[in-house]
Design a protein around this ligand. Structure first.
Ligand code: PGA
Length: 252
């Protein structure tokens, strides 16, 4: 079964508007040849509209958001709804990123609501999971990741779950320069896929895109993307450089 190849660039809280526009323009130039890789740019909220405008006509490059509200609309100062994101041209949204878990105390109940918001508004959620160093060291990383899946999966129908993307991002590898080895990544991706198979069956598990994230860059992407169950990457730091992001997307 062939799954889509995907590279998503999470810009996090970086860039000003003029820098963001420059980066998008450089990305468009760098990706001047058509290929079958789905590219997703995930800028901060204020830059989404200009990014969508700049990308109109660019093939196979889509926009995502870094977060969305658990609420639909109303008196929730500072929140951004999935409906709003959809209305400005977003196609994807991150849910459960480890920085949201760690710094903003988001938890399973939030993720279930955010995933529901994404599905209702026709956004593809990228649900991020991954163990911390302490679980890796105590060899509890598989059960930890399984729990992060179980936290949400049972609330969704197979039809909904068919539209999700999973990103496995070991927390110890995010922004640290330390990457999971291809063996570690493959082992966990295969585990995630087999767990999803037990819940939703083989067909859904086989078509589920699972991205690797955590210090993925132009040097290590090829080895990681070669792994049978690694369908691409969620890239942080290295997505802020157009050439490198493009190089990563050519690493399949
Ligand atoms: P990194 O971030 O590539 O800078 O490690 C990945 C992520 O947080 O999605």
């Amino acid at each position: 079964m062939s799954r889509p190849k995907i590279v998503a660039g999470n810009w996090k809280m970086n860039k000003t508007l003029s820098e963001a526009k420059q980066l998008v323009q450089s990305i468009i130039q760098a990706f001047n040849e058509f290929d079958d890789v789905i590219k997703i740019i995930i800028p901060p909220f204020p830059f989404i509209t200009s990014t969508v405008e700049l990308l109109s006509g660019a093939s196979n490059i889509y926009i995502g958001a870094q977060n969305c509200s658990t609420h639909t609309s109303g008196a929730y100062t500072g929140e951004v709804s999935a409906t709003m994101l959809q209305s400005v041209g977003c196609r994807y949204v991150l849910v459960g990123h480890s920085e949201r878990r760690q710094y903003f105390s988001e938890q399973a109940s939030d993720f279930k609501e955010k995933l529901q918001q994404a599905f209702t508004n026709n956004l593809t959620p990228i649900y991020c999971i991954g163990e911390k160093l302490e679980q890796r060291k105590t060899n509890t990383h598989f059960s930890y990741v399984q729990q992060q899946l179980d936290d949400v999966v049972k609330d969704f129908s197979p039809e909904q779950f068919q539209k999700i993307i999973i990103a496995y991002e070991p927390v110890w590898a995010i922004g640290t320069g330390e990457t999971a080895t291809p063996h570690q990544a493959q082992e966990m991706h295969a585990f995630i896929r087999s767990h999803i198979e037990t819940v939703f069956g083989r067909a859904i598990a086989q078509q589920l895109p699972i991205l690797y994230g955590g210090s993925c860059n132009a040097q290590n992407a090829q080895e990681l993307f070669k792994c049978a169950d690694v369908d691409g990457g969620l890239i942080g730091g290295a997505s802020l450089k157009a050439e490198e992001f493009c190089q990563i997307s050519k690493s399949f």
